[in-house]
Design a protein around this ligand. Structure first.
Ligand code: PXP
Length: 240
């Protein structure tokens, strides 16, 4: 059975739109946990466009499940992670101009640098996940870099415009997931997953431990409330 971690970045996006105190991602995280989320994820970006340092500190103190700190592998972020001590850090590539994380890490090209970040985090007792595209070279490089987990990027599959494209991209995802598991990596998946496209992952329950989902849940939450939105997704994920 897979588990659901809820990314609450977009609660902070709404708060930052007015620069005030509400809505608070810390409150949203507590409500998501009460509705059945198994973990909370936040991405502390270099430009602090949504999640702030204060949010990460308060989440560390208040959440009852587990905290996954998504971050770039910079000295600043490594220092913050080693101080805050999330249960997991997910390393992602980060570009100032992007709307959201666009692609996976190029571990195959930056293996040494990434391996150094992986070790720095693991030495502090933090599990490390590398967000990568569904590409065998990247899976093998993640293994070589010493990662505990990979998070397979599902965003291109989620954005597919035709059934054929979705089928082709899903086959690649499924192969990457199976390769990672065969190499002894633990596997998460995420980006762009919603209440419909998640159903495709049925049958991968032996390989995928956790789904990382934010935008679709919070979009539904605006209309039906966060409790119902999280419960509906948690039910789908547990059925996979
Ligand atoms: N995983 C990673 C690495 C991400 O960067 C994001 C977006 O912050 C997500 C999962 C969640 O994506 P979405 O908000 O599209 O569900």
């Amino acid at each position: 059975m897979a588990i659901l971690s809820v990314n609450v970045d977009h609660i902070a996006t709404l708060r930052q739109a007015r620069g005030g105190k509400e809505p608070d991602p810390v409150t949203a995280a507590a409500m998501a946990e009460l509705a059945g989320a198994d973990g909370i994820i936040v991405h502390l970006r270099e430009d602090r466009r949504h999640i702030q340092d204060r949010d990460v500190r308060l989440l560390r103190e208040t959440i009852k499940t587990k905290l996954n700190l998504e971050m770039a592998a910079t000295e600043e972020m490594l220092g913050i992670a080693r101080e805050i001590l999330p249960e997991m850090s997910t390393l992602v590539p980060e570009k100032r101009e992007e709307l959201t994380t666009e692609g996976g890490l190029n571990v195959a090209v930056q293996e040494k640098e990434i391996a150094r970040a992986v070790t720095a985090l693991q030495e502090a007792g933090i599990l490390v996940s590398l967000f990568i595209d569904a590409d065998s070279r990247q899976v093998e490089a993640a293994k070589a870099a010493g990662a505990d987990f990979v998070e397979i990027h599902t965003g291109h599959y989620a954005d597919a415009e035709t059934e054929d494209e979705a089928n082709r991209l899903f086959t690649g995802i499924s192969e990457a997931i199976k390769l990672a598991a065969a190499l002894g990596l633990r596997v998460n998946a995420g980006h762009g997953l919603n209440y419909t496209n998640i159903k495709r992952f049925v049958g991968l329950e032996a390989e995928v431990e956790e789904y990382s989902i934010g935008h679709s849940i919070l979009s539904r939450a605006v209309l039906v409330g966060i409790d119902q939105a999280v419960r509906e997704m948690a039910d789908l994920v547990r059925f996979l």
